[in-house]
Design a protein around this ligand. Structure first.
Ligand code: BGC
Length: 719
């Protein structure tokens, strides 16, 4: 008999339910604290998994109780939210996406897994694969933005980075694709609210990344807190059982979100924990995180004949199999046994800095306000985010301590040490106190440039951080207006550095600052990365993976919208538009300037006609006509103008990056299988239809900036 079957045969019901339970230690608070000290329960085998614990010593202490003192000696599975780095924090996922480099996405996961395992962990609740098209939703920060294809690429990179090819390795973490699924389109962007979307949107937008994660071998998946069209995801049999396990063949562990099984009662689909536990067990949720619904509810459900022991055993088996794959039975102390080499830690920090600069997204740079002029002597730096080291972490900081994060001020001190920096916060975050503005603004006198550090503090995005006004808070705007007025009078350039976990609604600033850098939240090396860009040592490399609206009323706004039967025509009243704001965004998807100036030409598509099983090759020449070397990112979109169902105005197929010296010309070639041009027909089954498809290539999702060609598709014809 295998080890697992042998254990199952020996386990009492209470021990089985222990394996299906995950309880928080008090290290990191990621939800309402429900459970107390779990030591006794680990010893008696009624808690088999923990979350929010850090430090190899603590982990091993708990592990020892499970392995050496519990009756069956089953090791604990211990997980933590490692969202963008563990001890050393990298750019938040939205920021990281901006570098459009899947190798870097994989590397951040790999580095985080090294640190997480060094802390004794075996599981992380990441990656978050929710596609977000509503910036009001705070968790936009945790994902890869608005495009489903990008989310799928991210899924692949992260799963590989966390898990590696050998899950039992001392530096491997089981990944958790979350939140399955369609959590982001919560009503009105309000966290945890109801979700009601079409089957088409579900299949086209929200499922592909999860399918990619399963294909990449993800070990665990977390159902979302939310309901979908009336059925809470924690109890969603068609999606959890039929789609995930059936259609996709997912054999791993489903772990509930924090107290989500208990919350089925508040959703109004279960009267008590017995019913709640029954519903999620039937849907195939293996681990109950923080609800104690399985421990307390399933024995009664079993007695009443609502669930069977077989159903319980199936879940227990999956949990034990995961522990076995992780190597926990063979050596529960493997992770964290060897300290990391100092050189690995130094290299990681350098990587965080380089990556930070590659993620900074330059939204505007009028009059070449950036980089700062060589030999600059004096700068005025204002704003509450200029020296906010801890906030550089952004939401979800795992074991990243508040100290040790480099603020802009610290970055300036080390990176531009000859420059005199006059600094004031001017205003705070929370109170409306604007009394310090005058004094702060006076510091502009004699400075050669004004740098404003504005935006959100870390806690203003992430979970439970929906905002109806996703803009720069009022006191900071008062500071910005006063300071910019003074800078104008002094004729010095104004550079705004924005910190945020989402695009911000900044029409005034976009008009009035000379340069704007979206710095998102860049993690431990934020200040150094920003100063690398300010000084011109590095060209900013980020491209926004999410559209920046002009007004919150435009939300949801994204490049993949479908056409209207009455497209916007300023001369025609009865067309699709607003009376008070243009239709187009402030900054489209993909926007981001560099210190180079790139010109694209000579778009070629071969062959001109293709069948479904052929490949399409797209080539374009690109030259850097600017004065500085830089890396440019180009996007390849398609547009299917006539099809049996309406197709999005643009669909992202590929992207590529190329670094060019001033005056240099390069060639970018992107290929993709014609089969990717198939889509879900009216019956939601995939179809590949004959006809012409436009190929559009350029620096951002704005037709005006894209070169176009076309390809003709032949359906089901052999060549
Ligand atoms: C979040 C999850 C997270 C879990 C555990 C929940 O509140 O929704 O994303 O993994 O807490 O910390």
């Amino acid at each position: 008999m295998s080890r697992i079957e042998d254990l199952l045969a020996k386990m009492t019901l209470a021990e089985k339910l222990g394996q299906l339970t995950m309880t928080a230690s008090s290290y990191a608070v990621t939800g309402p604290v429900i459970a107390g000290d779990s030591t006794e329960s680990i010893r008696d085998g009624t808690i088999g998994n923990l979350l929010n614990m850090v430090g190899a010593d603590h982990v091993n202490e708990m592990q020892r109780i499970a392995v050496e003192q519990s009756r069956l000696g089953i090791p604990l599975l211990i997980g933590l939210d490692i969202i963008h780095g563990h001890r050393m924090l990298f750019p938040i996922p939205l920021a990281e996406t901006a570098c459009f480099d899947p190798e870097a996405w994989e590397r951040t996961a790999r580095e985080a897994a090294r640190e997480g395992t060094a802390d004794g962990l075996a599981m992380t609740f990441a990656p978050m694969l929710d596609v977000s098209r509503d910036l009001r939703w705070g968790r936009t920060a945790e994902g890869s933005g608005e495009d489903p294809g990008l989310a799928a690429l991210m899924a692949h990179a992260k799963v590989r980075g966390f898990q590696t090819a050998d899950l039992s390795g001392a530096e491997s973490l089981a990944a958790c694709a979350k939140h399955f699924c369609a959590y982001s389109p919560v009503t009105a962007g309000r966290e945890y609210a109801a979700v009601d979307i079409s089957e088409r949107t579900l299949r086209e937008v929200h499922l592909p990344a999860f399918a990619a994660s399963v294909k990449a071998g993800v070990e665990t998946i977390m159902p979302a807190f939310t309901d979908l069209n009336g059925v809470p995801m924690t109890a969603h049999i068609p999606l959890l059982r039929d789609y995930l396990r059936g259609e996709l063949g997912f054999e791993g562990v489903l772990v509930s979100d924090y107290n989500a099984i208990g919350e089925l009662i508040k959703h109004g689909v279960a009267a008590d924990l017995v019913e709640a536990a029954t519903l999620s067990l039937k849907a195939g949720v293996d681990i109950d995180m923080m609800a104690n619904a399985y421990r307390n509810g399933l024995p009664i459900a079993l007695e009443r004949g609502l669930v069977t022991m077989d159903e319980i055993d199936t879940c227990v088996r999956r949990v034990l199999q995961l522990k076995e794959k992780l190597g926990l039975f063979d050596d529960p102390y493997r992770r964290g046994a060897k300290p990391e080499a100092a050189s690995a830690i130094t290299a990681r920090r350098q990587f965080a800095r380089d990556l930070g600069a590659r993620c900074i997204t330059m939204l505007k740079n009028e009059g070449e306000a950036l980089p700062l002029k060589p030999g600059v002597k004096r700068l005025c730096v204002l704003g509450p985010l200029a020296d906010a080291a801890a906030d550089m972490r952004g939401p979800w900081w795992a074991a990243g301590e508040p100290e040790g994060q480099v603020s802009v001020m610290a970055g300036l001190k080390s990176g531009l040490s000859d420059v005199e920096v006059r600094y004031a916060t001017g205003v705070g975050f929370d109170d409306g106190d604007t009394a310090g503005i005058d004094e702060a603004v006076a510091l502009c006198e004699g400075a050669e440039a004004l740098i404003l550090c504005l935006g959100e503090r870390a806690s203003m995005s992430g979970e439970a951080a929906s905002r109806a006004y996703p803009d720069i808070p009022e006191p900071q705007m008062a500071l910005a207006k006063a300071a910019i007025a003074r800078a104008r009078a002094l004729q010095i350039p104004v550079i705004a550095i924005l910190f945020s976990g989402r695009p911000l609604v900044i029409p005034w600033l976009a008009e009035n600052a000379d340069a704007i850098l979206a710095a998102w939240f860049l993690g431990c090396e934020a200040g150094n990365a920003i100063v690398d860009v300010l000084s011109g040592r590095v060209s900013p490399g980020g491209r926004t993976p999410i559209t920046w609206p002009r007004a919150v009323g435009q939300v949801p706004i994204f490049f993949g919208q479908r056409p209207s039967g009455r497209p916007m025509d300023p001369k025609d009243y009865f067309t699709s538009k607003y009376q008070d704001v243009p239709n187009d965004p402030l900054y489209p998807f993909g926007h981001g300037l560099t210190y180079g100036r790139f010109v694209l030409s000579n778009l070629r598509v071969t062959p001109e006609t293709v069948a479904e099983r052929q490949e399409i090759e797209v080539a374009i020449d690109i030259s850097n006509e600017g004065k500085r070397a830089a890396e440019e990112t180009v996007f390849l979109f398609t547009r299917d103008r006539v099809a049996s169902v309406t197709r999005p105005l643009l669909e992202l197929r590929r992207f590529a990056k190329i670094r060019l010296e001033p005056g240099q010309t390069g060639l970018v070639v992107m290929k993709f299988p014609a089969a990717e041009l198939s889509f879900l027909g009216a019956d939601l089954e995939p179809v590949f239809e004959a006809g012409d498809v436009e190929i559009l290539v350029g620096p951002r999702a704005d037709r005006a900036d894209l070169l176009t060609a076309s390809v003709r598709l032949f359906a089901n014809v052999d060549d």
